[in-house]
Design a protein around this ligand. Sequence first.
Ligand code: CP3
Length: 358
Amino acid sequence: MSELKSELKNDLYLRALLRQPTERTPIWMMRQAGRYLPEYREVRKQAGDFMALCKNAELACEVTLQPLRRFPLDAAILFSDILTIPDAMGLGLYFEAGEGPKFERPVRDIASIEKLGVPDPEQELRYVMDAVRTIRRELNGQVPLIGFSGSPWTLATYMVEGGSTKNFSEVKKLMFSEPKAMHLLLDKLAQSVTSYLNAQIAAGAQAVMIFDTWGGVLSPRDYREFSLNYMQKIVNGLTRHADGRQVPVTLFTKNGGAWLGDMAATGCDALGVDWTTDLGTARAAVNDKVALQGNMDPSVLYAPPARIEAEVATILESYGHGHGHVFNLGHGIHPEVNPDHAAAFIEAVHKLSPAFHK
Ligand code: CP3
């Protein structure tokens, strides 16, 4: 078997995730392709709507590359959405202006959950794999490409609620009154996510990240039973070596600061951390077993560049000296952010981080 590595001009992000030495802290931004960029809004208009953009490999590639043309970022992230899987399961995803994602056919009982199939990523989700292949070709080894998925629990919240929610009433009703139905749904989602991420890796994704945006609304015990348990199954089933390199896996539970130790024990390579936990505290909690990604409050980007730079310094100091840190925001960049402030953020990381790697 050939062990020839494809050429990668900048592998700082992959090395940091594997806690290998780097000369500075790599940086990318969650939701780095998005509405804060005028060139993104232009292409989305051209595509018609958000899902049409996701389903067009050339346009998805174009918006993936837009932030890299503006900023010296160390990774590209596939332009897509976590809700592609439930859409492929037949729930009918649509976006209503200003209201976020919605499903035509939410699933709220065992009968509808039993009917759900596990999508074949090269069939129903082929448009995502085509986007991965197109982006890898166009990146031409500039930086690594991150593939991603939602966690089973986070996907289930949207599937049961039928969209975004404040109280999680429907999904928690199902979880507490019909735990068997909930587990069946989560099990099907864990199988779907595993094959979806493995297909992204086969198509060219060089690292993968699992977004558990809503794990933090669970009690510690329910988090383990209904969220972490299924992320563990996914970690166990992922391809960890491809294209002559390790494929690092990052888990991110928003508001999951109390569970970082348990998350690290899954065997993942890295954890995303939001801004409600100091990176130094997080580093102690995982005992340097995994790398950490984060964790500036995205709202800091509303402030002037000098304030942004001061915050970058605080976060670098909190992580401290040594490798294994990927700089990021603690959640996605807000649509109202001035792109020049994002530039100042990235520049501050380039300027201040080398001192922490000597
Ligand atoms: O980071 C990137 O640049 C890659 C793209 C990406 C998107 N969604 C594009 C997107 C990623 C990684 C996601 C993940 C995602 N999608 C999550 C997990 C991460 C998180 O933010 O917590 C969740 C919960 C979703 C579901 C989703 N998709 C919501 C709630 C919304 C509406 C939110 C909003 O800002 O209006 C989307 C739509 C969406 N996904 C947009 C983008 C750029 C906005 C679409 C648009 O109007 O152009």
